[in-house]
Design a protein around this ligand. Structure first.
Ligand code: PEP
Ligand code: MN
Length: 337
């Protein structure tokens, strides 16, 4: 439920209203807009039906939110959320490019890749230090040692950092090194982890689960917003279908569906969704044409030697060509890179 406040509501009246809402066992979330402020009410709303909310001073009207996700919905916030990370806007007119290796393997490996993607125009450096691998015998990541490399190399190149969290106990550690916390596909419904990152002040990129519906993705994001962290980006990274020609199936529809249903930025991962380097650029172009706010792409200087996901990693010059391609597409749809 959304309570729309009158433009001239006083601080005391807002406080009176939010205290009452808390007393009914619900959580009020005040969102201050330019023209109007609103209060989103989270929790079992039935109790509100018997309350004369419109009789409260300063309340203009009460609108029920029909979607099961409240804070994430466009009904709650009609304008797009724009997240600012060190001067990089995500969700505005400009497309954001995040790129780097699947895994951080060594200082020199990461530095070489970072320098290339920076020249091509990427603003955010990606690299996994804790890797969710199908096999327990595969490379699991360098842990904190890798995070240190990521931070140092990104700082030297004036780039922001994104890296994946796997364990809620690592939140403090990750917060020390990263600008964006990535919650991977395999953890999209790890509710303990979602609640934990909901307490963080760092922006979160939430990847769609391999078999998750858009509604489940939005409900997962709701956990993070309900914890107080509104800086969330949603990532379409391909879903599992009967098709085996590609690693996953990029759900292009999901981009516009999410954009219609939610105010949160949408990032597309053309690497994991295709699983093949020669399909990455066309998938990226399609994503931008469909309205994605950015891309997260795997790049490697020596894909055949990569510790993980070499077959879907672009060589730097191919990444550069991909950026040129998406630049033209962005222009055609009224965006810029
Ligand atoms: C990744 O980005 O490295 C990754 C593991 O992605 P996903 O969670 O989408 O599989
Ligand atoms: Mn990967």
């Amino acid at each position: 439920m959304i309570i729309v406040l009158k433009p001239d509501i006083t601080k005391e009246e807002i406080e009176h209203l939010t205290e009452k809402i808390k007393a009914w066992g619900l959580t009020p979330v005040v969102s201050k807009g330019i023209e109007r402020s609103i209060v989103g009410v989270i929790g079992e709303e039935d109790v509100l039906r018997s309350q004369p909310l419109e009789a409260f001073p300063g309340v203009e009207k009460v609108i029920p939110i029909l979607a099961p996700y409240k804070l994430v919905s466009r009904e709650f916030k009609s304008e797009n959320t724009v997240i600012d990370i060190k001067g990089i806007s995500i969700g505005g007119k400009r497309i954001v490019n995040m790129a780097g290796p699947c895994s951080i393997e060594s200082y020199d490996q990461l530095k070489g890749i970072a320098e290339h993607v920076k020249i091509s125009g990427a603003q955010v450096l990606r690299g996994g230090a804790f890797k969710p691998r199908t096999s327990p015998y595969s490379f699991q990541g360098l842990g904190e040692e890798g995070l240190k490399m990521l931070r140092e190399i990104a700082d030297n190149l004036d780039m922001a950092v994104i890296t994946e969290i796997m364990d809620p106990r690592d939140l403090g550690l990750l917060e020390k090194y990263t600008d964006i916390i990535q919650v991977g596909a395999r953890n999209m419904q790890n509710f303990t982890l979602l609640k934990e990152v909901g307490q963080s002040k760092k922006p979160v990129l939430l990847k769609r689960g391999i078999s998750a519906t858009v509604k489940e993705l939005l409900m997962a994001a709701e956990y993070i917003l309900a914890g107080g962290n509104f800086q969330v980006m949603l990532c379409e990274r391909g879903i599992r279908t009967f098709e085996t020609a590609t690693r996953f199936t990029l759900d292009i529809n999901a981009i516009s569906v999410i954009k219609q249903k939610s105010h949160l930025p949408v990032i597309v991962d053309p690497s994991h969704s295709t699983g093949k380097w020669n399909l990455v650029a066309p998938a990226a172009a399609a994503a931008i044409a469909a309205g994605a706010d950015g891309l997260i792409t795997e790049v490697h200087t020596s894909p055949e030697d990569a510790f993980s996901d070499g077959e879907q990693s672009l060589l730097p010059d191919r990444y550069s060509k991909m950026i040129d391609l998406i630049g033209s597409v962005a222009k055609a749809v009224g965006r810029e890179i």
